[in-house]
Every structure is written in structure tokens, then in C-alpha cells.
Design a binder for this molecule. Sequence first.
Ligand SMILES: [Zn+2]
Length: 101
Amino acid sequence: MIVYMLAYKLKVRGGVLVKVDPKNTSITCSNCHRMDRKSRKSQAEFHCVFCNHQDNADHNASVNILEAGRAFLAAEANSQGLSVLKGRVVTAVGKLKPIKL
Ligand SMILES: [Zn+2]
């Protein structure tokens, strides 16, 4: 539903709508980008087991989604330019993956 609402706004105002796969965004630290289910202490609390970053779990996940969308746009800007994407709804490819240490 939210995608349809945003797509409507896109037609009115222009821009690019990037859909990001939310998989693993709730268990990945937005500070150090490492992934561990134990960092998700509760539905509301995120506390990274690696770097001690603490945040509201939804806020932490939303930062990860924002960064994934920005990374996608940066890669697209480098490869074909953003003007190709204007006025379109695009899906960011690739998923968050754990960092191997
Ligand atoms: Zn962390």
C-alpha cells in the first residue's frame, strides 16, 4: 500500500522511488554494519553485540534501508546516470550480507 501511495507522489513531484529488500535490516547494526540476531534484544530495542551501538530497533532498521537505497542510487549514478531513473519505481538489487571478519 505504501508503495502505491509513494508512486502516486512520484508522479506528482518527480524523483526516484527505490524499493529495498528489508531482509536482515532489523538484525544489522547501522553503525558497524555487522549482523547478529542477538543484537535485536526485543521488538523495540537494538543493542549491537559488536560495537555496543544502541538504538530503537525500527530506527536502526530504517537507517539500514536508507543506506541501501542510497548505495543503489550511487551505483546507478556511476553506471548510467540518475536521469534514466527519474519518475520510475526501481527495486534495489542485492541484499544486506554479513561482514566476514
Ligand atoms: Zn555495531
